[in-house]
Write a protein that binds this ligand. Structure first.
Ligand code: HEM
Length: 395
C-alpha cells in the first residue's frame, strides 16, 4: 500500500475502527514517513520512543474555539519550564504511594458494580459492559480523587466524553460544536466549584490545587480550571477503554482469561500486554522546532507536525515478535500507551491499578461470561474503545 493510501485509509471510518493494517503499511515505508509538506507519521517503536523524549519536539495547543483553548492551557499542551512547574504541582496526587492507597476503595467500587451487573444479567439478559462497568468505575475513581459529588458523575461523564472530540485529528480551522459546548459548561462548572470551595479545607485534588492557586503557588486561574478539566478528561475515558478493550480481548481468549481469574498475581503482566495490543490512546502529536534526524527514518524538517501513532509502535514487529497476537507472557513489554519523556502519563499508575483490580475481579465473579452480540467500536482515531460491549454474565 502506498503511503498516501495508508494515510487515507486511517482517515476513513473503517480505518479508525481497525487502524492496524494501515499502521503496518506505513511502517513498511520506514519508522517515520513524510505524509506531505511539513507533515509526518511515526509508527516505529524506537522512533516514537526517541521522538517523545526529544526536546526539539514540542506539544502545541490550538487557539481556535473554546474546547481547544481550554485544553491548550493545561499541562498536556505546556512546554519546558512552564510544563515542569504545573506538572510538579499536580504530580503529588499521583505518587505511587497515594495511588496504591486507593486500591481498597477501587476494589470496593468494582465489587459493587459487579454485584449490580449480576442483578442486571442474572436472568440471561444482555448487558452492556461499557455502560454498566467500564465507564462507571473510572468515573467514580476520578470524581473521588477530585472530590466531585457522586450525583454529578453522569453529567460529568457526558460532558467529558463530548470534550474528547477535541483531541481527534481534524482539518485546521474545523472545531466541533459539541466539544465547544462541553468546554464552556465544564469551565463554568469548575469555576463554580472553585468559588464554593474557596477557603474550605479539602483533602482532595481540587481542594489542593485551589489552595496552591490561592497561596500564590504558581498556578493561574486559567491553568487551575484547565487542569481540573483535563484531569477529568484524561482520567476516565482512557481507563474505561483500557477496561473495555481488555475485556474484549479476554472474552476472545477464554483459556488465558481463566488463568487470570484463577491467579490475580498475573494481572500486572496481562494489563501491560492489553495496553500494548489495544492502546486506549492511539495517537498524539508533536511539532518539530528544528530539523530532526532519526536512524533509518525520513528526516523531519523544521516546523513540522508529527503524528505519533502509539498504537502502531506497540505493534512494531521489530520490537514485538508476532505483534498482533495476545500473549500476556511476553517479556519486557513496556508499551508506549502512556507515552514517554516529559509528558509521560501522570495517571499511568492509577489507570494500571484500576485495570489490575477490575479485570481479574470480573473474570473471577463471572467465569461463564461470554459476548452477548456484536460489539461496536467508537468511530475515533485518538481514543480506541467500544461504544458498547454486549455480554451475557452467565449468572
Ligand atoms: C489507560 C489509561 C490512560 C492512558 C492510555 C493514558 C495515556 C496518556 C498519554 C499517551 C499521555 C501523553 C500524551 C502526550 O505525550 O502527548 C498522557 C498524559 C497525561 N495523562 Fe494519561 N492516560 C491514561 C490515564 C490517565 C489517568 C487515570 C489520568 C489522571 C487521573 C491521566 C492523566 C494524564 C495527564 C495529566 C497527562 C499529561 C501529562 C503531561 O503532559 O505532563 N491519564 N496520558
Amino acid at each position: 500500500m502506498l503511503i498516501s493510501e495508508a494515510a487515507g485509509f486511517l482517515a476513513s471510518s473503517e480505518g479508525r475502527r481497525n487502524p492496524y493494517p494501515a499502521y503496518a503499511a506505513l511502517r513498511a515505508h520506514g519508522p517515520v514517513v513524510r505524509l506531505g509538506a511539513n507533515f509526518y507519521a511515526a509508527t516505529g517503536y524506537d522512533a516514537i520512543n526517541a521522538l517523545l523524549r526529544d526536546p526539539r519536539l514540542r506539544v502545541m495547543g490550538w487557539p481556535e474555539g473554546p474546547a481547544s483553548r481550554l485544553i491548550a492551557a493545561s499541562l498536556l499542551k505546556a512546554n519546558g519550564a512552564e510544563h515542569i512547574r504545573v506538572r510538579r504541582l499536580t504530580a503529588v496526587a499521583f505518587s505511587p504511594g497515594r495511588v496504591e492507597a486507593l486500591r481498597e476503595a477501587i476494589t470496593v467500587e468494582a465489587t459493587k458494580l459487579a454485584a449490580y451487573l449480576a442483578c442486571l444479567g442474572g436472568s440471561g439478559e444482555v448487558v452492556d459492559l461499557m455502560d454498566e462497568f467500564a465507564y462507571p468505575l473510572p468515573i467514580r475513581v476520578i470524581c473521588a480523587l477530585l472530590g466531585l459529588p457522586a450525583a454529578e458523575q453522569q453529567w460529568l461523564r457526558e460532558r467529558a466524553h463530548e470534550l474528547t472530540e477535541v483531541l481527534e485529528p481534524r482539518p485546521p480551522g474545523e472545531h466541533t460544536v459539541a466539544a465547544d459546548r462541553a468546554a464552556i459548561e465544564l469551565e463554568s462548572y469548575f469555576n463554580d466549584q472553585v468559588r464554593r470551595r474557596r477557603g474550605m479545607r479539602g483533602d482532595d485534588l481540587t481542594g489542593a490545587l485551589i489552595a496552591t492557586h490561592d497561596a500564590g503557588g504558581g498556578l493561574s486561574s486559567r491553568e487551575l480550571i484547565s487542569n481540573l478539566v483535563s484531569l477529568l478528561l484524561a482520567g476516565f475515558e482512557t481507563t474505561a477503554n483500557l477496561i473495555g478493550n481488555g475485556m474484549g480481548v479476554l472474552l476472545d481468549h477464554p483459556g488465558l482469561a481463566s488463568r487470570l481469574a484463577a491467579d490475580s498475581s498475573l494481572a500486572d503482566a496481562y494489563v501491560e500486554e492489553l495496553l500494548r495490543l489495544e492502546s486506549p490512546l492511539q495517537l498524539t502529536s508533536r511539532w518539530a522546532t528544528e530539523e530532526v534526524d532519526i536512524d533509518g527514518a525520513d528526516r523531519i524538517e523544521a516546523n513540522s507536525h508529527v503524528m505519533v501513532f502509539l498504537g502502531a509502535g506497540n505493534r512494531d514487529p521489530g520490537r514485538f515478535p508476532d505483534p498482533d497476537r495476545f500473549d500476556p507472557f511476553r517479556r519486557s513489554v513496556q508499551p508506549l500507551s502512556f507515552g514517554a519523556g516529559a509528558h509521560y502519563c501522570l495517571g499511568a499508575a492509577l489507570a494500571r491499578l484500576e485495570a489490575r483490580v477490575a479485570l481479574p475481579l470480573l473474570l473471577a465473579r463471572f467465569p461463564a461470561m461470554v459476548r452477548g452480540g456484536e460489539a461496536v467500536r467508537r468511530d475515533r482515531s485518538t481514543f480506541r474503545g467500544y461504544a458498547n460491549l454486549p455480554i451475557f454474565t452467565g449468572g
